[in-house]
Design a protein around this ligand. Sequence first.
Ligand code: SF4
Length: 488
Amino acid sequence: MAASDPGFNFDLDGDTLREECGVFGIYGHDDAAALTALGLHALQHRGQEAAGIVAFNGERFNSERRLGLVGDHFSNENTIKRLQGRVALGHVRYSTTGETILRNVQPLFAELATGGLAVAHNGNLTNGLTLRRELVAQGAICQSTSDTEVILHLVARSQKPRLVERYIDALRALEGAYSLVAMTNKKLIGARDPLGIRPLILGELNGAYILCSETCALDIIGARFVREVENGEVIVISEDGVESLRPFPRMHPRPCVFEYVYFSRPDSILGGRSVYEVRKQFGRQLAQEAPADVDVIIPVPDSGVPAALGYSQEAGIPFELGIIRNHYVGRTFIEPADHIRHLGVRLKHNANRALIEGKRIILVDDSIVRGTTSSKIVEMVRSAGAREVHMRIAAPPTTDPCFYGIDTPERDKLLASRYDVAGMAKYIGVDSLAFLSIGGLYRAMGLPGRDPVNPTFCDACFTGDYPISLDDVHGVEDRQLSLLVEPA
Ligand code: SF4
């Protein structure tokens, strides 16, 4: 299902992987908040449950944090007027750690001995609960249930004299995936975890510097891509310009490969590669690995489109839009009555009967999570008269959950952890099913294959090879985050 899809929040079965967050910060522009709102709008696919912006007007920090979409709140002129200043920091989120309640909406802000500090986080700390438990035992009072608040506490408690040193001190305690942007009254600070799991980009617009999750957020404001923040790098932006710090020992980077498969927008450039072109290459590779004698290649819209195009071009079989997506599915239908719930998939997708009837088809998608949506789509194209239905997935089977900032079902809910490929084919009701191999995934990106000792990417959801220890998963039994229940 399309991460870039405005109707993406419509997910009746929880049958998608969802990106946790997007971040956008800008330093040194008169329209900082308005540009941040636009940047967040371009990053909306990374989180649709809540959005927030903090701006510094030279004297005070102003914050607006809301549940809902960016456009629902930050297209309002009065809201932007309340966020005056030349420095602003914004965030869009899903909740993987902490419920969606307003006190969890980022950027989080704290008044420290050194002044105000706002933090926006993309990723997930694998020792967040452990750290939180230690802090609470020492007397810390936590307002949110978000692991990001732990970072504020750690900065507050550091004994270092300067804010940047305190901030780096706090980073040293963190394990997991983090692309962080923080803001003080004088600085914008970006940080990427030592493996660089989640993306972070540096851009520039008329002398103002930007830190954001994807290049599509630079495009929307006409900004220039400067470079990616490197794994383990801390970037400090101030009146003196851009300073790069390397406080951690250098490590081999392991960025998330699923950003290419599904999360990032296809018009973004990541790791020097066009996400769209990579997805097409996945489709080409898949056509080589798993051919089938069919009449037509049909993408599951929208995220299956580039891979289906690549498959079609490689196989020399026509590409057709055999499934049409309704662009106007919103939250109105998010909880339909039980007796029409089984029709849910048809609210979003409909088979194009004129193209499908009597044909042997291949459906191309980017992933199968629980399998519920795939089986409904297969049933839909069969009832539209498809003679044979084959499915090709432009990634390896998703066998393991993500603990680095992607909202995945538990392992036993993932179809690929429950069945082999033949069992999965039977479950979703197709004549044949095939996935891109893990080696093929790497080869499609121009690499010789997957180096098992030093893989180029984090690919744990396909291999179970987790590059960062999972302290909270293995060591904490009491996972209760909050005793306070608040209305969303
Ligand atoms: Fe990305 Fe999968 Fe690694 Fe999570 S486990 S960071 S989704 S590759």
